[in-house]
Ligand binder design. Structure first.
Ligand SMILES: C[S@@+](CC[C@H](N)C(=O)[O-])C[C@H]1O[C@@H](n2cnc3c(N)ncnc32)[C@H](O)[C@@H]1O
Length: 263
């Protein structure tokens, strides 16, 4: 095994990650763990007991280990999954960093194969880019060079319908941004790769009360077993603003029919 010791944890070469998964010793796996924030989320909000992070960046893996978690260096898009080797998989602010939707789909499929209970996804909201652009505005994370895969709700939906082993899944939005005074909103002319809006740095921006829902985040919970109580537990802890789609109620047909009945 190609490995090196950092403190009390071993950073393994990517090829050794399969062995870690085969062991089945981890309760949850975090794809794209960075410095360990999402491993902490997996423990705090999702009930994880022993998690392991995977990140392609060795420096970040070291930071995760320094934060007290186990982590390995690896490219998740190359992961050969061991079926049912862990209870759940998290992907928090990860999928948008991948070069394409196809690779995101590969990661989600690997997660659905690895987990016995559920997969948790959360990332920035990209659905409002056209509306904001028309109004001379943008969300700063929509214009990061590090976010080549800006998946919208429809694109996430198109990937999730292919997860045939999923028992049920829901797509959610989180935290409404009501108007352009929010610091996440920039004028289109702001440079790329910015964080919070600062008038001195980014220039003035249009004042606009949004006529469409603009959110901070989008996410999904994919249940791999039919367990409505588990879904309720995760939803309660992770505090979404709105359910955008529920595979258990795909077209909400009765609701749509009543809303669009000709008068
Ligand atoms: C924004 S950070 C994730 C933040 C982290 N999940 C959290 O919530 O604290 C995105 C991470 O994905 C990692 N990453 C990008 N592509 C990857 C890949 N193919 N395999 C594994 N990690 C990858 C990057 O190195 C980076 O650390």
């Amino acid at each position: 095994m190609t490995s090196c010791s950092v403190g009390w944890v071993v950073i393994m070469a990517q090829s050794d990650f399969d062995a870690v998964l085969r062991n089945g010793q981890y309760d949850y796996i975090d794809f794209g763990c960075s410095k360990g924030g999402s491993l902490a989320l997996g423990h705090r909000l999702l009930g994880g007991t022993k998690g392991i992070g995977v990140d392609v960046d060795e420096r970040k893996v070291e930071q995760t280990i320094d934060a007290g978690f186990d982590a390995v260096v690896g490219d998740v898009t190359d992961l050969i999954t061991q079926p049912n080797c862990t209870r759940f998989v998290t992907m928090v602010d990860f999928l948008e960093h991948l070069p394409s939707i196809d690779l995101a789909e590969r990661c989600i499929a690997a997660a659905c194969e690895a987990a016995t209970d559920f997969v948790f996804i959360r990332q920035p909201w990209f659905d409002s880019d056209g509306y904001l652009f028309e109004n001379g505005l943008k969300l700063y994370w929509s214009d990061w060079t590090g976010h080549p895969n800006a998946m919208t709700s429809l694109e996430i939906y198109r990937v999730l319908v292919k997860m045939t082993n999923a028992a049920r899944w829901r797509i959610y939005s989180k935290t409404l941004i009501k108007d352009s005074s929010d610091l996440a909103v920039h004028p289109v002319s702001s440079p790329r790769d910015q964080h919070d809006y600062d008038v001195a740095k980014h220039g003035s921006k249009r004042k606009l009360k949004f006529k469409q829902p603009v959110y901070r985040q989008i996410g999904a919970i994919i249940l791999l077993k039919d367990d409505p109580q588990l879904l309720r537990q995760i939803e309660k802890k992770t505090k979404w603003t709105k359910v955008l789609f529920d595979s258990g109620d795909p077209l909400s047909l009765s609701d749509l029919r009543s809303r669009f009945r000709p008068s």
